[in-house]
Ligand binder design. Sequence first.
Ligand code: DP6
Length: 418
Amino acid sequence: MAAKWVRMVTAQTPTNIAVIKYWGKRDETLILPINDSISVTLDPHHLCTTTTVAVSPSFDQDRMWLNGKEISLSGGRYQNCLREIRACASDVEDEEKGIKIAKKDWGSLHILIASYNNFPTAAGLASSAAGFACLVFALAKLMNLSEDHGKLSAIARQGSGSACRSLYGGFVKWNMGKNEDGTDSRAIQIVDEKHWDDLVIFIAVVSSRQKETSSTIGMHNSVETSMLLKYRAQEVVPKRILQMEEAIKNRDFPTLAHLTCADSNQFHAVCLDTYPPIFYMNDTSHRIISIVEKWNRTEGTPQVAYTFDAGPNAVLIARNRNAATLLLQRLLFYFPPGDGVDLNSFLIGDKSILEDAGLKDAKDLEALPPPPEIKDNVPAQRYRGDVSYFICTRPGRGPVLLSDESQALLNPETGLPK
Ligand code: DP6
């Protein structure tokens, strides 16, 4: 009976940033990594993906829209996720709407998907992690899966490796696993977002003209050519994972900072050790590292950690609100907004940090004194416009369902984008 119903689910899923990096696969189809990794989930209020999925007997093919534009679902990664999730689907019954779907029907029913990132795609921030996690989470709800988050994590992994860590809030570990079929390669939560809630996270979106090598291609080339990656995966990461887990459980900021920076630096060293060599960081990225290193050394104990993924953007983790305020003053001193950019659009996310730092408008920025760790006899240089904007955020929660239909991205009658 081809009744004219549409069943719809909307979910919101955070993005995450690794403090111990995933780089290198032992199986490129199943997306199985060569080492464990650890990430912190970012507050979805500032960075997240929202996805609506719909099913109806009137749909004649699977379709997807990303940020309003239709994209192809024919790629292997989408196909693998859709197949895996359909295989776990259960009976669904909604008496009120007259919907009855039997487990066996899911193979022939088609799905429409609309997904939206609340941050600019052009910023080069990893959107695939939140995107695949959200797709899998929303479909699991639509299809009434009884499987736990661990199983969903293993499915999201087949969309993009880092996506498996976005199924949880707080600090998350992706166990590389041993099984050839990947069933044990999934994420687990180390601690939730409330465990260490005084951390403040800044993202410096660094202006860049060049298109970077994709993570997928970059890590393939590293596995093929870098001896350093082999050593890193076998000897370095296993020890760091244990130390990082301890540091997180104990809220030991100096150890977290030391390991995070060292691991980011080693990942970028592996990129240089790759043939052909990969350069993700640029001069601005290097400058940010120097500023942080100098300040941390002057303070005698780390105030902030930095980490960089497959691009020039910096992610900075400050130990608490006070350190975040002092960091922001330094960042805005060195990287003031370009001409015509106002402070309100230069710092997005948790803007209340501006008040804490005593910064209200452009005049306050101009009046910022050079940080005291600069030697008096060297005039400080400022790099206007080299950072496009900053995002201020914090550790955040895992995926949630949005039950308010007004937040859905698809029309409840037709299933097409609103
Ligand atoms: C540098 O998860 O984007 O961000 O699995 O090929 O989709 P694929 O790669 P992806 O790689 C992320 C690499 C990284 C480090 C990390 O997030 O752990």
